[in-house]
Write a protein that binds this ligand. Sequence first.
Ligand SMILES: [Zn+2]
Length: 110
Amino acid sequence: MTADQLAALADQIDGRLDNENADRQTICEDVAARLRQLAAAAPGLTAQQRDVLVLMAADALEYRVEPVAAKCADCDAHPALLCADHAADLDRAERYRTVLRQLGVTEVTP
Ligand SMILES: [Zn+2]
């Protein structure tokens, strides 16, 4: 469940509560149902899973990012000073970071 989804739900509640004639019981039931949907769609990680994910991510990012710092002869020859292989490494590292952000894991930053 993301902060955006929670904010959207809060806005929805505010909007419905503005209506004096709205049935409070129905609003509460709808909100509970929506919260269950959000929880089911984005199950959280246990602390143990999170710890392992952080270790895996640190290893994976180091493996993809470190060689780019060293570069290679192809990098030197490329107009952008980054060969296709090393550019692909950086792209993959960025995909890893995107998923980590989506999972709320922010303690891995290579
Ligand atoms: Zn290279």
